[in-house]
Design a protein around this ligand. Structure first.
Ligand code: RAM
Length: 547
């Protein structure tokens, strides 16, 4: 008895201390309620296959595979064809969709006297559906991200809905087992798609806009539409979660397209409501069954982009109430970043365990990038503080930014070439220059010189994702390299369009089709939020991209 009272007291005390240490204790549940209240309605629409296709291995096609129309079969004919004999078919829905798949088995003159087992495989791009998946190597992401499902249907003439939300354009159905006397056809193949992005009537482009830019804008919007669910997802096939870095870019593209600022508000509140007890944010969040953070991802780089997202949300909405409400969260992230900054003004990554993500390019050194982003966030939060009437909270930051700027120039920049060199091996990457330009550490002339040189250097590390490329384009525009920015954007994102992209890919390198952060390109996401940002550039700078 005595022992259990003691235990109870201990548990109570522990819980109390935990709560007392929770810096957002008073706000957490309200923040999560506000997030819930800003949850958008999903808009549903039904789709049916537009054609039956055949896979063709073709060295000239993206990743070596393409689909061509099957001349002998159509979706209509499929509905009366005996699938017991056909056994396998690939269908094309004509567009990238996210949602739920259903179908039924239609009896053709005989009765279903045994269950029917099918394999359904939904994919985003042709190669994904034509590359053997097994054996699945240990160093890859989970095998179960692949959307191949074995299902057993026990009733004929009744719609079967696949439980799992899927995302893609192509569907292969394969017969795995059925009664040898049961003749049936695949019928009512339907994809009910969902998104929270309301259709936009006008593409908002000038009549002078070149066709390739129109295409890039259209594919960018399709990408964002697919990722705009009840949060800004990163990829609707994979990873289906909210990441700060992706949210930041999606919210910029949202400004020039769907303009759903309530969704941004929801995401900002979700991050805040699920922050650690010491006030630091988690890099990503799962929404279902109830919102939860993935606690392994402590990312100062992404936390600083939360600050920048709040600034952009302010610019979009002037919603003082929300921004002031989340102001302590923004300040806390900046304070945490400053914990890494040595007295000499250098961000020292060894002072903590942050994963400072900037690109998936193998071997990228991010010391320069995180230095630059911290400077940028100091400027961003100072601007926001001043606009909110919170100058007092940010009064120390301009001097910190100045110190970090001087330190970057002194310790990270090579005087002769004018290039930033990152880490102990003095790595020269495009991204280091891009982030320093964004942070305003280089003037226009220096910026132009650095970018021109680094892009020409064969040995410099180039961006490996559209995420990283976004910051390169931004830097080019800041450096006044408008022709170069237009050309790069057109080549890079236009390259994906020319390779058949319905939506923009998570990882893309025009020189390496099979580039994959996960050592296996089929598990890449081919509709990835962070890749939709040409929308932002095309509409923000019409004089550069639309004339
Ligand atoms: C991947 C996803 C996501 C990104 C993180 C850092 O898992 O592509 O979009 O933000 O990495």
């Amino acid at each position: 008895m005595k022992q259990s009272i003691f235990l109870l007291a201990f548990v109570f005390a522990a819980a109390w201390t935990a709560r007392a240490d929770d810096v957002y204790q008073a706000e957490r549940s309200r923040w999560l309620r506000l997030a819930e209240e800003s949850k958008p309605e999903l808009i549903h629409s039904s789709h049916h296959p537009v054609r039956v296709v055949k896979a063709v291995e073709d060295k000239g096609a993206y990743q070596g595979w393409r689909f061509e129309t099957d001349k002998e079969m159509t979706p209509e004919r499929l509905a009366t064809t005996n699938f017991r004999q056909l056994r396998r078919v690939t269908l094309d829905f004509g567009d990238h969709l996210t949602g739920y798949l259903s179908l039924s088995l239609r009896s053709l003159e005989s009765m279903m006297d045994a269950p029917t087992r099918l394999k359904l495989f939904l994919g985003e791009v042709p190669a994904e559906m034509n590359t053997p998946l097994d054996p699945w190597a240990d160093n890859r992401l989970a095998r179960s991200w692949m959307q191949d499902e074995v299902v057993t249907l026990t009733l004929s003439d009744k719609a079967y809905r696949l439980d799992r939300r899927v995302s893609g354009r192509y569907l292969t159905v394969e017969l795995m087992g059925s009664s040898s006397t049961y003749d049936f056809a695949l019928d009512s193949i339907t994809f009910v798609s969902e998104t929270s992005a309301k259709p936009i009537a006008d593409d908002g482009l000038l009549p002078t806009c070149p066709p390739i830019i129109r295409d890039i804008d259209r594919v960018g919007k399709a990408t964002l539409r697919e990722c705009m669910q009840t949060v800004y997802e990163d990829g609707p096939k994979r990873d289906r979660r909210l990441w700060t870095g992706d949210m930041y870019l999606e919210s910029l593209a949202n400004r020039y397209s769907f303009q759903n600022h309530r969704l941004t508000k929801r995401c900002l509140y979700l991050f805040a409501g699920l922050a650690r007890e010491d006030g630091i944010l988690h890099g990503n969040i799962f929404e279902y069954p109830t919102p939860k953070p993935q606690i392994i991802n402590y990312m100062v780089s992404y936390n600083l982009l939360y600050v920048m997202s709040l600034l952009e949300y302010w610019r979009d909405t002037k919603d003082r109430e929300t921004v002031l409400d989340l102001w302590p969260v923004a300040l806390r992230q900046v304070e945490d970043a400053l914990r890494y900054v040595r007295p000499d003004g250098i961000f020292d990554q060894s002072r903590g365990s942050s994963w400072n993500f900037f690109d998936w390019r193998p071997g990228i050194d991010v010391a320069v990038c995180i230095q630059a982003l911290t400077i940028d966030a100091l400027r961003g939060i100072t601007e926001l503080g001043q606009e909110l009437g919170r100058s007092e909270d940010v009064k120390a930051y301009p001097a910190r930014a100045k110190l970090m700027t001087a330190a970057a120039r002194k310790q990270m920049m090579d005087k002769k070439s004018g290039l930033f060199m990152s880490g102990p091996d003095r790595q020269v990457s495009v991204l280091s220059q891009a982030w320093m330009i964004r942070a305003g550490v280089l003037n226009r002339k220096e910026a132009r010189r650095a970018l021109t040189a680094v892009l020409e250097m064969p040995e410099s590390l180039k961006p490996g994702t559209p995420y990283a490329t976004h910051y390169l384009i931004e830097a080019m525009l800041l450096a006044g390299m408008t022709d170069e920015a237009r050309e790069y954007l057109t080549d890079y994102w236009g390259g994906m369009v020319q390779r058949g992209a319905d939506t923009f890919f998570e990882a893309y390198d025009p020189t390496n089709d099979n580039l994959s952060p996960y050592n296996f390109s089929p598990v890449n996401s081919y509709c990835h939020a962070w890749s939709c940002t040409p929308i932002y550039f095309i509409h923000k700078y019409p004089e550069v991209f639309q004339r």
